[in-house]
Design a protein around this ligand. Sequence first.
Ligand code: HEC
Length: 171
Amino acid sequence: MSKTLMTALLLAGAFGALAAFAAGKTAADNSDARLVARGRYLVMLGGCNDCHTPGFALAAGNVSETQWLTGDRLGWQGDWGTTYPPNLRLRINAMDLATWKAFAKNLRTRPPMPYWAINAMSDDDLEALWAYVHSLGRAGEPAPAALPPGVAPKGPAVTFPAAPPTAVAGK
Ligand code: HEC
């Protein structure tokens, strides 16, 4: 084999490998982008921002995405005490995917968090939500710690009235 042909073959091989690498990377990027877009869609549909993003519901959703899921200082008060929607940007970004899935499937919280909605999410949806929050990255401060019943919150809180008798499930 001539030296020139040998060089040409080697070069062709190298370019082929580069092209394959580039194609593989693009395919992975596309599937990441799809996962992130699906996670964003689930967050919108799940209404997560309504409680976990400051001012979101009152601003009809007109809050910069940089602030999404950073938690809220608006408390939710009832016979469970006062709870605050945690900063999910800090919480979920501190978990690897396996930890998040196990956490989400077994999550139990006080009201008004609809934890059963998270428990019911498929593995794929939990992965998409995790990928989306990881694409946003960490931001904001931790939300205030929950207060036990009987302790008055210092800041604003939504107060739940006692449920009317007809609204009690199974009665
Ligand atoms: C009606 C308000 C509300 C909505 C809607 C809501 N959350 Fe929450 N969420 C809360 C509150 C309040 C807590 C804290 C409960 C507690 O302290 O026991 C919480 C807790 C959580 C936790 C536990 C965090 C931790 O550190 O323990 C996760 C995870 C979570 N929410 C995710 C979501 C996701 C994802 C969605 C959308 C599908 C969502 N939430 C929708 C109010 C809400």
